[in-house]
Design a binder for this molecule. Structure first.
Ligand code: UDP
Ligand code: GLC
Ligand code: MN
Length: 309
């Protein structure tokens, strides 16, 4: 059947992105995907990471590093490390599959999203920073050596306007913003923190339909770096940790999980208290109703309970 030749694909070029990739695979499986799961890895990945990936993915495929080395554009993006995302382009060489969905290693799948395979190349959701561009953290594509060659030619001739894969893919698939509307994925397939900060009422209204969360930006759930995050983001980070630590059988891992989970609930409680104080002050100062209330927390909680069940 067609399903046999379809796959979810991700990429990891470092051991830390491998942690993210493990969560991508586990969360896809948890929600019962019928498709294959594939991770592309570069040769520098440690043996240990490779084993962890083999455990959760159907296929672990070695690829060469590709780097744009475009320091100027990457500095505009503020992410000097993302030249290596050119490695993502290798996904078009996976011609053993007829259709694939690429997911960044910093995504978390919240429900079954197999319906994405009904879409065609190149389907993706708008980028919150410039919605006439698509975000390349989640996209539907058709492996093809012809397209792969075209992308490499395009990279040599025009480079990438952000120094990473997203700039290149947007100029290559340039009909995306004004073309076939079915190629515009709903934002819930690539939900990222910026929506909580820039359009909270929309998140309140539509956020419970979240299907894939994307931890876009320099601070990843697995990075130690402390970041100020909204309550909702912290809860998604907790969910990410629960997925990362799930299925672990050793007792050390079990303890680690308990610690993590309790840290998560403490953090969530603190954040809730903070948010309530802030809301109280805002209401008091503005003398008007505010959408940052108890309901917010209860709705989010309901949503998380649903995902965890
Ligand atoms: N990536 C990787 N190694 C890196 C940087 C990126 O493997 O050093 C891969 C990984 O799959 C990651 C994707 O490229 O999810 C895009 O990078 P990132 O998610 O960090 O970009 P953002 O979504 O934050 O802009
Ligand atoms: C973006 C995308 C990411 C991509 C990066 C570099 O912010 O989320 O997937 O790799 O830009 O182009
Ligand atoms: Mn990403």
């Amino acid at each position: 059947s067609a399903e046999d030749s379809e796959a979810f694909v991700t990429l990891a070029t470092t051991d830390s992105y491998c942690k993210g990739a493990v969560v991508v695979a586990r969360s896809l499986r948890r929600h019962g995907t019928t498709r294959s799961t594939v991770v592309m890895v570069t040769p520098n990945i440690s043996e240990q990471s490779r084993f962890a990936l083999k455990d959760v993915f159907d296929e672990v495929i070695p690829v060469d590093v590709m780097d744009s080395d475009d320091h100027v554009h990457l500095s505009w993006l503020g992410r000097p490390e993302l030249g290596i995302t050119f490695t993502k382009l290798h996904c078009w060489t996976l011609t053993q599959y007829s259709k694939c969905v690429f997911l960044d290693a910093d995504t978390l799948v919240l429900c079954n999203v197999d319906e994405l395979f009904e879409r065609d190349e190149l389907s993706a959701a708008p980028d919150p920073g410039w919605p006439d561009c698509f975000n390349s953290g989640v996209f539907v594509f058709r492996p093809s050596l012809h397209t792969h060659g075209g992308l490499l030619d395009h990279a040599l001739q025009h480079g990438s306007f952000d120094g990473g894969d997203q700039g290149l893919l947007n100029s290559f698939f340039s009909s995306w913003p004004a073309g076939d509307i079915s190629k515009r994925l709903p934002f819930v397939y690539n939900l990222n923190a910026s929506s909580f900060y820039s359009y909270l009422p929309a998140f309140q209204q539509f956020g419970h339909n979240a299907k894939i969360v994307h931890f876009l930006g320099a601070g990843k759930p697995w990075s130690q770096r402390e970041e100020s995050r909204s309550l909702t983001m912290q809860q998604f980070v907790c969910l990410w940790w629960k997925e990362y630590l799930s299925d672990t059988t050793s007792s050390t891992a079990g303890k680690q999980q308990q610690v993590r989970t309790s840290v998560c609930s403490e953090r969530a409680a603190e954040a809730e208290a903070d948010e309530e104080r802030l809301q109280h002050r805002r209401l008091w100062e503005a003398g008007r109703a505010d959408y940052l209330g108890r309901d917010t927390f209860q709705n989010i909680q309901k949503m998380l309970d649903r995902f965890l069940d």
